[in-house]
Design a binder for this molecule. Sequence first.
Ligand code: ATP
Ligand code: MG
Length: 353
Amino acid sequence: MRLTPGATLGVLGGGQLGRMLALAAFRLGLRVHVYAEDATEPALQVTARGTVAAFDDNDALDAFAAAVNVVTLEFENVPKATVERLARKVPVRPGAAVLAVTQDRLHEKRLALELGFETAPFVALEGGALPRELVPFPARLKLRRLGYDGKGQVRVADRAALEEAWRSLGGLPAILESEIAFRRELSVLVAGRPQGEVVCFPPAENHHVDGILSETRAPAAIAPETASRATAIAERLADALALEGLLAVELFEAEDGTLLINELAPRPHNSGHWTIEGCLPDQFEQTIRAVCDWPLGRPRAIARCRMVNLLGDAVLDTERWLREPGARLHLYGKEERRPGRKLGHATVVEPLA
Ligand code: ATP
Ligand code: MG
């Protein structure tokens, strides 16, 4: 089903990604209805239509489905039952099959290997007993489900530290993966339209501090050959998933140049914020085009950008960014300031030479 301007886009999740998605949707003449679990969430501040309810509130879900023409999500951990219930009444893009993979790190890694791509060496941990064969240490122990911004994972120096580390994560199903001495971290965003058209954004280079994205530089200053290998991986994943919407693919470029798939996110991504100023179309518009089944844009970088996340108290430093030549400040309207919480970002824009 293809949407016409004036239709209503439903967004599951009320965070900053939903807020920026809504702002892009308004520019394209859409109405937006946000479904969020908490009344203080940032996307609700910019939309006239909103539902505040739990993801398992069936009456609220049915009313939401009746009020919108298509549903997308800004948060991939929406329960499967929620998506399936909505999907009986309205298209949900990306759908349950994509979420089944991207909600579980083990499924993501298995898909990567099935397609002939590489990941860090890993083993799955499940059910109490440790497997005999582990992976080279140091390693990262990561819960299979529900991790973000470095939460739900711990660094493990050696085998002796593993049991305690796993206990600290509640002994839930996890994967243990070797730490990669990467040359750089890259991410590629890819959009897929219901009939199968697939288009990538130029890769971005990311710097994390304590497991949280700190800065993105884009387009990444990498050889064209590396960029085309990265985009080929993203396109193949989008095809394999029959992607309807946007997918972010996080990659490690190993010292020998191999690209390893780290993880996937089926939604706009923090490392794509640079596209708001630096690329036409931006990631939010492209998501909307994909889920409305409109022609996808052919992303073209129009500037070189440095995107800086404003985490916790860094958000108090607004003056610095307001004074910085060529910078644009984005604040998310979050009420509570906590260390490490994403409260805004600034993008410093330099026109392409
Ligand atoms: P986010 O939601 O912010 O993307 P996340 O909590 O889902 O993060 P990961 O992407 O798995 O977690 O890890 C966060 C960061 O930690 C990575 O971007 C990378 O900098 C570092 N990291 C994770 N796994 C490894 C690894 N195997 N080797 C080296 N560094 C790693
Ligand atoms: Mg990540």
